[in-house]
Design a protein. Structure first.
Length: 316
């Protein structure tokens, strides 16, 4: 069964006809559980069963012989925060020893938000589809929450307040789901709406990568930083989207005389492309959805230069 996909909402909203769930910073996963065996498939169809051996035990939390579940794989660190980078590193491991060590160092949890099939009954098939509210009630009965597998909780009606709470805690956003919505495998449906938070802040330009393609000879991405309180810069990631040709040319002029061999960060950042350091003098505004646990920007988009701000005006 291919997972159903959500449409984007224009913003948070309140409605008694919707259930609101936290949007998890993880990897979508369909779980097939039958006769004590578990198979995990990614949204792409890739088989993650061997990648997450610890999740073979989730069948012990399920009160049914055969089920198909929809949810997200997440890794939670010692602070209780979702560590997407750790999850990503696990997905790319294939050697048995590396997989086993990773499963102990960064164990995954399967956060379940839907049930698609129970004991041979397909709840998503033409003529058999049932509303979300009924699927949710069935899920509550068949799943015992535990360390390996948990049911995603929801809030009823109060979408705006819940969204604001999630964003204030550094979460990615919320999912708004129509109580009467049906599940259409492999389709994008307005029955599910993703409401993401967009934040914006000022950052210091500390370097750049060279542009490619239509950006040849111009900036590719900007390396961003913030004052670290010790006279240097804290690396915040890079931004390579949101630029117009005019914006790229303007930035090129701003940084033309700022090249340096001195790294402004305590440690050289990892970037897959070659980059050049700059004396940290130029401030820009960037929009983004959230920060990763190590305080790198998620989905950053360049907004505009901030000639009105000095480096010392940028908040750490």
């Amino acid at each position: 069964i291919n997972p159903m996909l959500a449409e984007k909402a224009e913003g948070p909203f309140d409605s008694p006809g919707y259930l609101y769930e936290q949007k998890y910073d993880g990897a979508r996963c369909i779980a097939y559980v039958q006769d004590g065996k578990v198979k995990l498939l990614a949204r792409s169809g890739a088989d993650h069963t061997a990648t997450f051996p610890e999740l073979q035990g989730i069948h012990q939390q399920i009160n049914a012989t055969e089920v198909v579940l929809d949810g997200e794989l997440v890794v939670v660190d010692e602070k209780g925060e979702h560590n997407f980078r750790a999850l990503q590193s696990r997905i790319h491991r294939s050697k048995e020893l590396a997989v086993r060590v990773a499963s102990q160092t960064f164990p995954a949890t399967y956060m379940v938000f839907d049930v698609l099939r129970i004991n041979g009954v397909d709840l998503t098939a033409q003529g058999q589809r049932v509303p979300l509210e009924q699927r949710d009630a069935l899920l509550s009965k068949l799943l015992d929450s535990g360390p390996l597998c948990r049911k995603v909780e929801h809030v009823e009606g109060e979408g705006i307040a819940f969204f604001q709470e999630c964003i204030s805690q550094g979460m990615e956003g919320v999912m708004a789901k129509d109580r009467q919505g049906l599940y259409y495998p492999g389709k994008r449906s307005t029955a599910w709406l993703k409401v993401k938070g967009v934040q914006e802040d000022s950052f210091v330009v500390c370097g750049y990568t060279a542009g490619e393609g239509w950006r040849d000879g111009m900036v590719g991405a900007l390396l961003l930083g913030k004052p670290n309180g010790a006279g240097g810069m804290r690396y915040c990631g890079s931004v390579g989207t949101g630029f117009t040709v005019a914006a790229l040319r303007a930035i090129q002029k701003l940084v033309a005389n700022l090249h340096t061999d001195v790294c402004p960060f305590p440690q050289a950042p990892y970037e897959p492309k070659l980059f050049s350091y700059l004396v940290p003098q130029v401030v820009v505004q960037v929009k983004y959805h959230a920060e990763t646990p190590d305080r790198k920007l998620r989905f950053p988009v360049y907004d505009r230069p901030r000639p009105d701000q000095r480096v010392q005006d940028v908040t750490p």
